[in-house]
Design a protein around this ligand. Structure first.
Ligand SMILES: Cc1cc2nc3c(=O)[nH]c(=O)nc-3n(C[C@H](O)[C@H](O)[C@H](O)COP(=O)(O)OP(=O)(O)OC[C@H]3O[C@@H](n4cnc5c(N)ncnc54)[C@H](O)[C@@H]3O)c2cc1C
Length: 412
């Protein structure tokens, strides 16, 4: 879509609503994929929604991610959400009337190490036990998936139902469909504080005026904790920097999203043929956006080791973004105790793009019906108060770590 036209359309509508005197049923803070899918679902159900985005749609994590829609090594608590999300992604283009470039690609985890490969069979069986199509790919079949993969790779672990979408296009598609359904999307407007009366939220103040609403959703991604500070509430969501390199368009390199279990380089090939390359772990260096040349060469070195023919692949761009990490890698999705009408949906810890269509639907149900579409008890804020669950039971990091006693934090 023509982005400039999109922005102007959003803002000119906003100006009219400002003039009407500002009330809404629901205010959403944040024009990332979570804010936009929620706005879409709420507006479709007839709620009057105002969404504020301080910059533009998909400027932060939602526009900087790699679009991997992963079932593989997904925490069991998120599994129902990702299953529903995949069903929604499959029909998103038709429903939204715009392309998200969604397609089924699968996820392939590969290794150079026999001790890690030895654990793949049990992992595949565990996945099948959860109803996920999964299998071990022996060395001599790897080239069916990645034609030029290094002969040093000893085996792979494949799940076939995972998918891929274009993050920018998808977020804009949801924003545009939300607007068509009646949501008022105001870009270039920062929410500066909440308006609170007694134990209930009454709306928000922005750098361009106030809007009254009985419900406010904080979908501010890694910046979500900021609005809680004046309330004396600590939300443990912190940034971890992840760097992406983009190659020129190439002939087929990989069909599935390809990840290596130590060194943790990974990449996918977009519909247009570019590769999006990255390597974990993400770095906890605060709100730093610098692109590191050293990290670029490390990513390239390990990519070429994995697929030697990529030695001649031109790298055309690089960027960084922040994973929005919580202590247990799970999101925070809840109404805030003692602040009726104030919700948070953030902290997806580097894997929230995949879930977003289901999350938008869940939030609309939670807000309008008082009941979520899936259990969310595990996603409350109270879990950070006391002893934490054995959180990393089946996260990518824990499983790889278990398989090969490698630290695999940041394997996203
Ligand atoms: C490099 C990278 C790769 C990733 N790869 C994947 C992947 O392959 N698959 C996957 O599932 N996930 C991936 N992720 C994670 C995924 O991008 C995020 O989990 C997801 O985009 C979070 O969406 P969000 O809407 O919660 O947050 P965001 O996209 O960060 O959106 C929040 C928005 O809120 C706005 N905002 C904040 N505060 C205010 C305020 N006070 N007023 C107005 N606006 C405000 C911000 O400007 C921002 O636009 C990756 C992330 C990164 C950085």
């Amino acid at each position: 879509m023509d982005r400039d036209k999109g922005v102007n359309a959003f803002n000119s509508k906003a100006a009219k609503v400002m003039a009407r005197g500002d009330t809404a049923d629901v205010v959403i803070v944040g024009g990332g994929i979570v804010g936009c899918t929620t706005a879409y679902n709420l507006a479709r159900r007839g709620a009057r929604v105002v969404l504020f985005e301080k910059d533009d749609i998909a400027q932060e994590a939602s526009g900087r991610n790699r679009g991997n829609i992963r079932l593989q090594l997904r925490d069991r608590l998120e599994l129902p959400l990702v299953r529903e999300a995949i069903a929604l992604w499959q029909r998103a283009d038709e429903e939204l009337g715009m392309s998200t470039e969604y397609r089924t690609t699968g996820n392939l985890l590969v290794t150079y190490h026999d001790d890690i490969a030895a654990g793949f069979a049990a992992e595949a069986e565990r996945h099948r036990g959860l109803g996920i199509d999964a299998r071990v790919v022996p060395r001599d079949e790897l080239r069916e998936h990645v034609p030029d993969i290094s002969p040093d790779i000893v085996a792979g672990f494949l799940t076939t139902e995972d998918g891929h979408a274009n993050p920018q296009k998808a977020t804009w598609a949801f924003a545009t469909a939300a607007r068509r359904a009646g949501a008022d999307i105001r870009t270039g407007t920062r929410v500066t504080s909440l308006m609170i009366e007694g134990a209930a939220v009454r709306g928000v103040a922005t750098d361009q005026g106030t809007v009254s609403a009985p419900v406010v959703l904080n979908a501010g991604g890694v910046r979500a904790p900021g609005l809680f500070v004046p309330l004396g509430i600590t939300v443990p969501i912190t940034p971890a920097k992840h760097q992406i390199l983009v190659t020129a368009r190439l002939p087929l390199v990989t069909r599935p999203y390809l990840r290596c279990a130590g060194p943790r380089v990974s990449f996918c090939q977009t519909l247009e043929g570019t590769l999006l390359l990255g390597m974990g772990p993400a770095q906890a260096v605060g709100f730093d956006t610098s692109v590191s040349r050293v990290h670029m060469s490390n990513i390239m070195r390990e990519t070429i080791r994995l697929v030697p023919t990529l030695a001649s692949a031109p790298v055309v761009r690089a960027w960084t973004g922040w994973f929005e990490m919580t202590p247990d890698d799970l999101p925070v999705i809840t109404e805030i105790p003692d602040h009726r009408g104030f919700y948070i949906c953030a902290g997806f810890s580097g894997h929230g793009f995949a879930l977003a269509p289901a999350i938008g639907r869940l939030m609309a149900h939670l807000i309008l019906d008082g009941a979520a579409t899936h259990p969310i008890d595990a996603f409350g804020l109270d879990r950070f108060a006391g002893a934490q669950r054995d959180a990393r039971e089946h996260t990518p990091a824990s499983v790889i770590s278990r398989l090969g006693r490698l630290t695999a934090e940041g394997l996203h």
